[in-house]
Design a protein around this ligand. Structure first.
Ligand SMILES: Cc1cc2nc3c(=O)[nH]c(=O)nc-3n(C[C@H](O)[C@H](O)[C@H](O)COP(=O)(O)OP(=O)(O)OC[C@H]3O[C@@H](n4cnc5c(N)ncnc54)[C@H](O)[C@@H]3O)c2cc1C
Length: 407
């Protein structure tokens, strides 16, 4: 682990701070303090400001619209924006920029990179992720959506589920079985499909909360050009795995800052509810503090590896497991501190909660209920469940025997 700040990073940090000071209002309260509509409008215009100043896709080559800098500068940018309480973009950029953008950069043909990457940065294209199916979640390789070549086009048939952002994305990347005769991991391709393709239908899933963040996406003879495949035909599993591991390095920089903001809110909550002097509450707050500090040190270790090797391998699973399990305990503590008051959600509702409420948000029962029920609870499921992360760590780090395979 390298705890020393690199000189080139500090130089770039000063530039980012000057940029933030120039573009944010002097009394900027943090994105969390804005009402819902204002927050949405701010995120859209802020993304454009970053784009126009060459700060989106900072580590991507300039020929694809990127900033031509390194991962080190990208990490510094993420840190400084988190400290200044501004997001880099909307939540859908996780799928659009980090997932598919970085995957195209690694696996795309020259033509695909030139076609898609500039549109991703400019915001012309928004993507969604067509991986999970009703019978293929953790066992993703068991997917049954099929695609067959017919007259120079892939014809896709099947169903995806839990597709976030599908209602406003204009593209979806789809894992489809293109060779059913070989073992399951070997007959899958990674396809790119416009959402407006005839035969693609999105059906929003109404959630318990009344919202419909998730969707089902149906493919009924949807035809896309043969060239819309990323990586080798039938070799999409490796492409999918590299997509799932992308950019955890940024996450390692972001997590300790974000969860530290949240921890401060948690202490304020205990104070507001008159429980700050209770020994059991204090002990649990101390546990949370310690965990956020460990997250910071873990983050530094992960970042050192990320900057040295370019990707993380199993360290991505350590990070995911650590923050998602910590967050459930912290959110649960908030609900216990509020007691019966927590059963009546009131006050500020997070306009754009990403993992936790945005920094700068006023403490409210509605905010914590949202964080607890919608974000913390789902954190150990999306991007691979905790059990799956433990399987990965058991096999790849501890050298435990592999799970029995059925294919
Ligand atoms: C907020 C959120 C957003 C999402 N967005 C998307 C999206 O945009 N696109 C997309 O494709 N998917 C998305 N998903 C789906 C997500 O990837 C899956 O929910 C996840 O992979 C788990 O799959 P599953 O729900 O089918 O559960 P299952 O795989 O059926 O698992 C059920 C339980 O069994 C356990 N289990 C399964 N296999 C094993 C094993 N081998 N060893 C030990 N335990 C095991 C699991 O850990 C879990 O506890 C999203 C999910 C959430 C919660």
């Amino acid at each position: 682990m390298d705890l020393r700040p690199a000189p080139e990073a500090e130089e770039f940090r000063a530039r980012v701070r000057a940029f933030l000071a120039e573009h944010l209002p002097a009394d900027w309260p943090g994105i969390g303090a804005l009402p819902t509509d204002d927050a949405a409008a701010f995120v859209t215009s802020w993304r454009r400001t970053l784009y126009e100043n060459g700060l989106l896709g900072l580590a991507w080559p300039t020929e694809y619209g990127g900033g031509g800098m390194t991962k080190l500068e990208q990490v510094v940018l993420v840190e400084e924006c988190a400290r200044a309480m501004v997001p880099l973009g909307p939540a859908s950029d996780t799928v659009t920029v980090k997932m598919v953008g970085n995957t195209l950069l690694k696996w795309g043909t020259e033509e695909q990179k030139r076609r898609f990457l500039p549109r991703i940065l400019s915001g012309e294209d928004t993507w969604c992720q067509g991986f999970s199916e009703p019978n293929a979640g953790s066992d993703l390789a068991g997917l049954s959506t099929r695609a067959a070549l017919e007259g120079g086009e892939w014809v896709i048939d099947g169903q995806k589920i839990w597709t976030s952002f599908a209602t406003h994305a204009n593209w979806i990347f789809v894992l489809a079985r293109t060779d059913p005769t070989v073992p399951k991991h070997r007959g899958i391709s990674f396809l790119l499909c416009p959402m407006e393709t005839p035969g693609v239908e999105v059906r929003p899933i109404r959630m318990l909360t009344g919202g419909s963040e998730f969707n089902e996406v149906f493919f009924d003879g949807a035809r896309i050009p043969e060239g819309n495949v990323v990586g080798p035909v039938h070799g999409g599993w490796a492409v999918a795995m590299s997509l799932l591991g992308h950019e955890r390095g940024e996450e390692a920089a972001l997590n300790p800052i974000m969860f530290r903001h949240e921890y401060d809110r948690l202490v304020a909550l205990a104070r507001d509810h008159g429980r700050i002097d209770e020994p059991l509450i204090r002990a649990r707050l101390a546990w949370c503090y310690e965990r956020v500090e460990i997250m910071r040190l873990l983050g530094l270790r992960i970042l050192t590896q990320y900057l040295r090797d370019g990707d993380l391998g199993p360290a991505a699973s350590i990070s995911k497991l650590y923050w998602s399990e910590y967050h459930q305990v912290a959110a649960n503590l908030a609900m216990e501190i509020m007691g019966v008051a927590g059963l009546v959600p009131a006050g500020h509702v997070p306009p754009r909660a990403y993992r936790t409420d945005d920094p700068g948000a006023p403490n409210s029962t509605a905010s914590w209920e949202h964080v607890w029920m919608l974000n913390a609870a789902s954190g150990t499921v999306y991007a691979g469940t905790s059990q799956v992360q433990r399987n990965i760590l058991g096999e790849s780090i501890l050298g435990l025997p592999k799970e029995p395979s059925t294919a």
